[in-house]
Design a protein around this ligand. Sequence first.
Ligand code: GLY
Ligand code: MN
Ligand code: MN
Length: 464
Amino acid sequence: MFDKSVYIARRKALASKISSGIILLPGNNEAPCNYAGNTYPFRQDSTFLYYFGLDKPDLAAVIDADSGEEILFGNDVDMDDIIWMGPQPLFADEAASVGVDKSAPRAKVADCVKAALKKSRKVHILPPYREDTRNELCELLGLKLAELKSAVSVELIRAVVSQRLIKEPCEIAEIDKACNLGYAMHYTAMQMMKPGMSEQQLVGILEGVCLSEGYMTSFATILSQHGETLHNHCHSDILTAGKLCVIDAGAELGSHYASDFTRTWPVSGKFTERQKEIYTIVSTANQYALDAARPGITYRDVHLGASKIILQGLSNLGLVKGDIEEMCAAGVQGLFMPHGLGHNMGLDVHDMENLGENYVGYDDDQERAKQLGLGSLRMARKLVPGQVITDEPGIYFIPALIEKWKKEGTNAHYVNFSALENYYNFGGIRLEDDLLITASGARLLGSKRLPITVRQVENAMRNN
Ligand code: GLY
Ligand code: MN
Ligand code: MN
């Protein structure tokens, strides 16, 4: 938790951005796993954390945008709770610790919302993403489930995005720490990687680094020699010399700030010549994005610049043919990189994705493309200092997708389908770093960069 002055300033700024009405922010509740008493690890709602800092279930908050009044709703523990959980602080003291003077029992939020509705005041809510929150909001607002979507406040979404998008120095310090832990996870896994061990063993080692610090991973770890499957959560294969292993993983600190790195290691510690060729294209695209990212440029343009590097590299290998600009406009790169160059990162690894990707990643004058790849770009905005984004180009050889394009004749004059048949067993490569946009450019987050060039990787793995 930050100093209470941080939360006070954030809430004041939020209230000033909302024209009138009340802002209702429910926290998250415990989520049952297989029975009510056996819950998933508790995860507070990130927007609630951002404005109120309290990291426990069964809370809600209201900010009156007109008067500036703030109320936190939560319960004091009873003897039953003390028996199972031990003594707990008074809720009023917890509220005071984040600069909120007024607190009330959790159930009282209903009276507060009812009073606002009675006066025909607007109740601003964000899009709920959990069923129990949806149900509570329906009950509080007197709406049917189908009506809830239209009750979401775009004004509130835009206000929250405008604040959370630009990271404060205290947040950047946390993200740097999360990146340092992410570095340790990846570096340890890379050093321990050996042909003959299972992918799952390596997942255990990588996640153990995070767990042993008392933290969780920021998303489900991807660790696979089938890197061509972008989000491969199957870890059942045996690590085999000659193959590449994609590892996409990150840490989430106690403050809930995240890191998100991807590296693609040669299992044997040495790349084959063919792997080197494709790997170097991806590492060049990654470095290009780091060098190009700066205030004023759109990340859409950086995505397109990285796409052209990928097309040029593949053209040099004879896998595509034609004018690079024309191929890029036609979206040929989508066959090889069917995802975007990156996303915002912060309290969520895909920061604020629950608020709506286009509100978070697109400026008002930008429209999301429909093309494969560019259409999946989560972050297209004009960059401004304080933004934290990922830089994650990749090249994947997805036989089913290549076959589909071939069958349908998609971009047939640009793609060398017969040469691609030799790559059906190649897999995929992704290289991901986390960037902070500075006043004049971008810097890597975390104090050390994971090995990324062919030379750095082979040198780091020379004793494997
Ligand atoms: N871990 C998913 C991503 O990199 O966006
Ligand atoms: Mn990732
Ligand atoms: Mn990412």
